[in-house]
Design a protein around this ligand. Structure first.
Ligand SMILES: NC(=O)c1ccc[n+]([C@@H]2O[C@H](COP(=O)([O-])OP(=O)(O)OC[C@H]3O[C@@H](n4cnc5c(N)ncnc54)[C@H](O)[C@@H]3O)[C@@H](O)[C@H]2O)c1
Length: 303
């Protein structure tokens, strides 16, 4: 990669920090900038980051005041609490934040790579395909679909890649607490010797994708010549019960799940990414199946 100026919004969060640190390691000659409002970030996530960190709210910011030119923008800043019910807060932060970044990307002739989310599919049929059955059932998911639909209008104006991430898990997510992945939730309970709690009866299946595969998709997106929205999952759904079984094996425990009532309506019971287009256009092939991903995670645990 030729010398570039790279901006990562939300770069102190889970995915953003993993991405920022990998980019910096792989391409040390670039200039890196992170913008985060630290509404939900872990300051430890960026202790090894050598670029510039700007503490600011992307939805209220004029990026031109900070930068003359950026070559690649990774937009990962968002409210990621799927249980938030304040529509105004969600939309003004996520959607307005995206519009600000998009406006600057156009002005700066930057490549824009942003985080979409599998939540936009709601409880629809599987495997999930971009452009089909996009029926969000909470306001977080709605904010993400609004962003995708705005992005689609600008696909011919500048190179835009939306990465529609499924359930991402891995180091640096623990700080998210109840918003961290189910794998982190179950691990946290089991390592304390507690029975893992899951909604009745643990047969909910999700496409859990390891952070290293997600970072790989982002790196591939830099080179991708076409605008588009692409699913980023592993391509295979795995149930919560199976995860408990794997964790029991890896932790050397024998803890039975405790099944509790699910208070959420329209819960995504089954998500699985169709990766045909992601594979064809981004050349993305995930390599961390659930066992390999959890094994790597346990080796690289961070608080
Ligand atoms: N983790 C997942 O499983 C997953 C799945 C699909 C999509 N995504 C998307 O990926 C992105 C990153 O998710 P994450 O899991 O790393 O979450 P995260 O909450 O750890 O990171 C988001 C970061 O953005 C920051 N932020 C929020 N609003 C901001 C604003 N207005 N200005 C500046 N910074 C702001 C937060 O402080 C936080 O550090 C989000 O857009 C999320 O919707 C995540």
């Amino acid at each position: 990669m030729k010398h570039k100026k790279i901006l990562i919004t939300g770069g102190a969060g889970f995915i953003g920090s993993n991405l920022a640190l990998t980019l910096q390691k792989k391409y040390p000659d670039n200039d890196y900038f992170v913008i985060n409002n630290f509404s939900s970030a872990n300051s430890n996530n960026l202790t090894e980051f050598k670029g510039k960190i700007i503490s600011a709210d992307i939805s209220k910011l004029n990026l031109s005041q900070y930068f003359d030119k950026i070559d690649v923008i990774f937009h990962y800043a968002a409210i990621t609490d799927t249980t938030l019910t304040d529509l105004n807060k969600m939309m003004s932060n996520n959607t307005e934040g995206f519009k600000k970044v998009l406006r600057f990307a156009i002005k700066s002739k930057a490549k824009l790579i942003y985080a979409s989310s599998a939540s936009v599919y709601g409880p629809s049929k599987n495997p999930m395909k971009v452009g089909e059955n996009e029926i969000p059932t909470n306001i977080y998911a709605a904010s993400k679909l609004v962003i995708d639909n705005i992005a689609r209008k600008y696909f011919d104006t500048l190179p835009i890649i939306g990465l529609r991430c499924f359930n991402v898990y891995g180091p640096k997510e623990g700080y998210k607490g109840k918003n961290a992945s189910i794998i982190w939730q179950l691990y946290s309970q089991m390592k304390e010797g507690k029975r893992p709690r899951v909604f009745k009866y643990g047969e909910q299946k999700r496409d859990h994708v390891y952070i290293k595969d997600v970072v790989k998709a982002n790196l591939l997106a830099i080179e991708c010549p076409k605008s588009g929205i692409f699913n980023v999952g592993f391509g295979k759904a795995v149930s919560f019960n199976e995860i408990i079984k794997i964790l029991n094996e890896m932790l050397g425990t024998n803890l039975e799940p405790e099944y509790i009532d699910n208070p959420f309506k329209n819960y995504q019971e089954y998500t699985e990414a169709d990766l045909t287009e992601t594979n064809k256009i981004l050349k993305y092939v995930p390599t961390y199946d659930i066992k390999k991903g959890i094994k790597d995670y346990l080796r690289n645990l961070t608080p």
